[in-house]
Design a protein around this ligand. Sequence first.
Ligand code: DLL
Length: 436
Amino acid sequence: MEVPFWNKEIETLDRPMLEKLQLQRLREAISWAFRTPFYQKRLPQAGITGPDDIKSLPDLQRIPFTEKDDLRRSFPKGLLAVEMKEVIRIHSSSGTTGIPTVIYFARDDLDRWTDLLARCIVATGASAGDVFQNMMTYGMFTGGLGLHYGAERVGMTVIPISGGKTKRQIQTMKDFQTTVLHVTPSYLLHIQSKLGEDGVNLADLSLRRAFIGAEPHSENTRRKIEELLGIDAFNSYGLSELNGPGVAFECVCKKDMHLWEDAYIVEIIDPISGQAVENGQEGEVVLTNLVRRATPILRYRTRDLAFLHPEPCECGRTHRRLSRILGRTDDMLIINGVNVFPSQIEEKIMKIPEVATNYQIYVDKKGALDRLTVKVEIYPKLFLGEVSKLEALRGRIREELRSSIVITPNVELHEPGSLPISEGKAKRVVDERPKD
Ligand code: DLL
């Protein structure tokens, strides 16, 4: 297999050299952090008075974690390390509580981020000459503009169409013979379900690859996308606090995502004790940004759960691979005392061939008890068959789910197009239990 590189020297740097670079950049990041009101207070409280206190990579653990709430409390400028006139871009995430977190980029920050994204794109085998339809939302969200700049740097033909307007997306794919898509997996499945409605079929298109990310999805969802569209789909992970997309991305091997360790230090911790887990074990991802001067962020608790592969990838890159995101520390549902992760549900239903492209997890209360209902869309032809067959399918889905999540959910079968869709990140869980 041919392995393409954007910057082979950095991507294959041997571990001792990579760690040397990390230490050097970490010390630099700490000096930037000392220019922000937030870290000026936080670091001395932990006994750190300057970059010289960090003599080796393990010294990183002396630095306290940074949490989402720290960012919110520092809004708007508590984490700004440069003068405003140096800032050429602002991104923010609105979060669920409505208090935004804000990230400032100086020109060199944007340049480094763009370069990381070019690296991600090329690692998938995409290149100049590809036609890139960017369906991620443009705006304060990092998904649109982030990849846009990376794709331009690679020399792809960029179509900055943004999210939504499904018919127009499909027509555009045909008009410009798009070869690469950037999209959330849920929206891509929705688009696939609409192919053919206005006379544009898969055979009219030239799709080869999709970069899918920004929301959780299972390996079975990836397979479904690949099979339905006849393309290669690559997982892409990132979060606005750490620039956005470009933190970790799959290469041509498609065996989980290289996390760019010259730009980020990754730790996997036990979310309760805060201690590092054993090599290869699952835990919460903690990230330090080594290359952003205007908003330095150290040891950020992402709340995402994943593990690092201890063994190297066949492609020759030395940067370790992060597993797909297995859940979040804050998305676990407790149903009558049993812990259930939405990802367990998705993994099961997406491998059932009769299940179409959309589903929803609904929780409410019946009397004193919690009630879990999994609503799935199934292919329309199944509704034309015998009722007993539908009942059998419902029973099979229920049984599959029970084997994974231990409790037995209600299962509802719906016609395609009847469950709510999202043109960006999908909202899979609706929890209507009264909050007390
Ligand atoms: O979603 C950045 C992004 C844009 C990533 C485009 C990939 C592609 P936020 O809006 O801040 O940033 O949301 C970050 O989304 O902490 C994860 O919980 C989730 N997430 C992002 N990528 C993945 C993925 C962007 N590949 C939050 N798999 C993160 C699972 C993901 N979850």
